[in-house]
Design a protein. Structure first.
Length: 214
């Protein structure tokens, strides 16, 4: 099976191929091909919210949706599913994202992706035995040709060129001024020009912010 067929398998679930790499010893998995999956936008959030996990009232609906869908894809591909949750121990998803050649450290510390920008949300990965043919890496980070509005986007400087000040972030979210971040997502993530083109539903960002700030 090639990447086009894998993308066709993922698309009905509003999942996109975030990137892929040929795994070697030291990558936290056996040698083979690792495929990472992220939301396909626009439309991912509406699709997930219509699924059974979002309607049953049980905890962690998005993680359970990811487990069901990506787990099913892994079985169809005769591969092994991995997820960035459910630990410890946790799979090295940051390392895997960088290994794809499509994600890089950003000026504010978090990873930036060539099409998602700072709106990275890897829902899971599938390891396959063997080495699929992969395209050449994307090249350089989008930050290389950007005026970097992310650096000054945080009103209280909690997220910028210095280490992330988590207490300051939470304190700001407790104020009236922090309501925009809670309802629409982190202003730093939204400032990224690539993020603005990605088409992520603000309701999805609000969901993740609620989990972050509870």
């Amino acid at each position: 099976m090639d990447l086009a067929a894998i993308q066709a398998l993922a698309a009905p679930h509003f999942l996109d191929l975030f990137g892929a790499f040929h795994a070697e010893e030291g990558d936290g998995c056996p040698p083979g091909t690792m495929l990472l999956f992220s939301p396909l936008e626009p439309g991912f959030w509406a699709h997930v919210r219509a699924g059974p996990e979002a309607l049953d009232g049980l905890p962690d609906p998005i993680d359970r949706w990811s487990t069901r869908v990506i787990g099913g894809m892994a079985r169809a591909l005769d591969g092994t599913a991995h997820f960035p949750f459910g630990g410890p121990p946790y799979a090295p998803f940051i390392k895997w994202a960088e290994r794809t050649g499509r994600a890089w450290p950003s000026p504010v510390g978090m990873l930036v992706h060539d099409t998602a920008g700072l709106m990275i949300s890897i829902r899971g990965a599938i390891w396959l035995e063997g080495r699929l043919e992969l395209p050449a890496p994307a090249g350089t980070s989008p930050c290389a040709s950007c005026d970097r509005p992310c650096i000054s986007a945080c009103p209280v400087g909690a997220l910028g060129p210095r280490p992330y000040d988590v207490p300051a972030c939470h304190a700001f979210l407790d104020t009236d001024a922090g309501a925009d971040c809670l309802s629409g997502g982190c202003l730093v993530r939204r400032a990224c020009p690539v993020s603005r083109r990605f088409g992520r539903d603000p309701a999805q960002s609000a969901h993740h912010m609620r989990y972050f700030h509870r």
